[in-house]
Every structure is written in C-alpha cells, then in structure tokens.
Design a protein around this ligand. Sequence first.
Ligand code: MG
Length: 423
Amino acid sequence: YVTQADPPPPASGYTLRFAPRMRPENKPPWHAPGESSRPMKIEQISVTVFNTTSKKVNDTDGHTHPGPEHDSQEALLTITDDEGNSGYSFGSSESLRPYVIDNYVKKVFMGEDPMDREKLWINLAKWQRGSGANLTDRTLAVAEMALWDLAGRALHTPVWKMLGGFRDKVLAYGSTMCGDEEPDGLATPEDYANFAEWMVNRGYKAIKLHTWMPPVSWAPSVKMDIKACAAVREAVGPDFPLMLDANHWYSRMEALELGRGIQALDYYWYEEPMDEHSTESYRWLAEQLEIPIIGPEYAYGKFHTRAEWIATRACDISRVGVADVGGIGPSMKIAHLAESFNMDCEIHGGGAGNLAVIGAISNTTWYERGLLHPFIDHDEVPKHLNSIVDPMDADGNIPMPTLPGLGEDINFDYITERTIETH
Ligand code: MG
C-alpha cells in the first residue's frame, strides 16, 4: 500500500500500530517492509464518575419508566497504553467502584498488552469465583469493551469490522417499556395499540412488548397480557413481526397459557415468561409450543448456559447481550455456537457493544431499540454524548457506526465539567 504520495515511515521505533494515526485519512494502514510489531502495555486505568441528566426513573421492582428530568450518575472507564492509545466504556459507578477496579481490573490488566483481549478476559473472569460476587459480568463487560474501543481507535477501525464485518446496517425492533398506570402511557391494551401505530409510522419494522409487572397493582396477568398482544396485532395487521417479553416469574401453567395465546396471534417469539435458571422448565415449555422460545437472557453462566439451553432444546433462538455475559468476546462465542446449530441468536439490548456484535454476525435479524414509551424521545441525545449510537431512518434501519472503536461519540468536555470524582 505504500505509494509515491505516502509519507515515508520513520527511521526507527515504527510499528504498524502507529500507522493509523500517521496515515492520511481514507488510506489503508502501511508499514515498513519486514518490520514487526512490539507489544503495547496498559499504563493507566481510571474511572470518571460524572453527573448527566435523565428522564427515566425505576419503580420499586427495578423496571424503567418515564419521569421528571433529574441528575443521574454515570461512570466512564478509561484504559490507556504506553503509546497513548485510549479506550473508553460507560458503566454504572457501582460496577466500576474503586474496590472492584483496584482488586480485579487493575491487578489483571496493568502492564499487559491491551490487544490480548482473550487472555485478559479469561484471567479477569477467573477472579469471579473467589470475589464473593463483587466482580460481576457487568464489570467484565465494561472492562473488556474498553479494550475493544482502544484497539479500534488505535487501528482506526470500527469494532464490528474488527470482529469480522458482516453488515453495514440492521433493522430495529421497537421495544416498549413495561406497562404502567399513567393516563395515555402504557396503562391499557388500547395504549399499547396506539403506541404500536406510532412506532409503525416512525419506521419500526417489528415491535416487542414488555407488559405489566409488579408493582402495578393487578400485575402480572396472563389475561391482560393476551389482551395487549391482541390489541397490538389488530393495530399493525397480520404480517407485521411482533414479539412478547413476558413477565419473568410466571409458573409453568401460566407460561403455557400465555404462550398458546400469543401463538394464536401469530407472534414471532416468546421471551422470558419464567425464571430462566430452570432450563428444564423451558424445555418443557418449548416442547408444547410452536412459537419459537428465545433465551436465555439474564441467566448467569455466560456461554456455558447458552450451550446447555441449546443442547437440551430449551430454546429455538439463542439470546445474548454484551452486559449479560461479560462483553463482546463471550457474546461472539455464543453467536457462533448458535450458528453451528443453524440457530439464530438475537441480541439483548441496545448500545454500542451490542451493535458491534450485530455488525459482525450473520445469524441475527434485529437490533433492540428502546426501551420506548409514548412520553420518551429515544432520539434525544444524552448530554454526555454528541450523537446517539443508534440513529434510525424512516425505513427502520440503523447504520453501523463509522467512528473508530465502539462508535460512541463522547462529549468529553461535558463529562469534565460534571465530574464528581476520579479514581
Ligand atoms: Mg428481555
């Protein structure tokens, strides 16, 4: 790739990894003939806790709903190497608290080559067993994604392309918040139907409902769930893909009744009606229903659990989200595991990491965009970003990010202004 127009490589100390920062825009990386790379070294790991604003609140059971605008804490993990490359990843201040960063992440990562993501992830994951549940899959995910972001920024390449690169856009499904008791919110089956019509007009090519859960006084209710699903089917017509993410703690018989109800409405998948730690309950359910069962989403155990679900026929579609299984690397293992069984793997949740996985695999169809609610504007840019990572066009497509790394367009000035603490 060295052409007459390219500047000559420096005489010494030059490696391939320097090239992207020195090469002209839109040219492939170049390096001196015969030159090999030397390992980089992680030199600094820091967490910036900052205030941003949010219009979402959690109810007493942890479900998200619209609320008044308020200050909300977030944290940014920064990993920097000895060549000045940095990678960034957002997490909760709790999952990135000093105890966890000092005792696990720094202990395993410092001084190591940030490009050795597999080694670093496995060595960090091994600490989970003895951590007394302090080191969670969430922390693993944030730490691992910062490594991906660093590598992508250093190589001037989006992470989805580094992972393989399969598609440059993906269709989104609109994923609703859980039901509530707000007038004109998501309080009735008619509310869901009205909101579904709005989503169709906005461009969404599929819709997934989250129905009512406690603390809604009368929830959960199989009958009401079926009514909401029927109202939405009526609103969008017979050929529009619809999915249900049911209440997570139904009994077997309730789950079967609900599954039969939405099967008759020609729903496309049935998600998490029961506690997922009982694989046998899902095998029992899948055996009796035609509608595809998707899962597991939140069950612990990363790729091991997904393998068990596939092997025991507890699911028809596999499921993984980067925050659920400890990052992008383990998510790719699960997607490829499913592919080996000719099985689709649909990705849980939005955001940069999940989008990167979607861009790199063939056996997925949708991006989960949300959570959506009539009172929330999902297209509004959070103040700590310059743009959202998942803009959607009128045809329901989300383009893969073109920025190097994970593709988050971070507003560093805002974060600096609103920093509460750094550790
Ligand atoms: Mg779900």
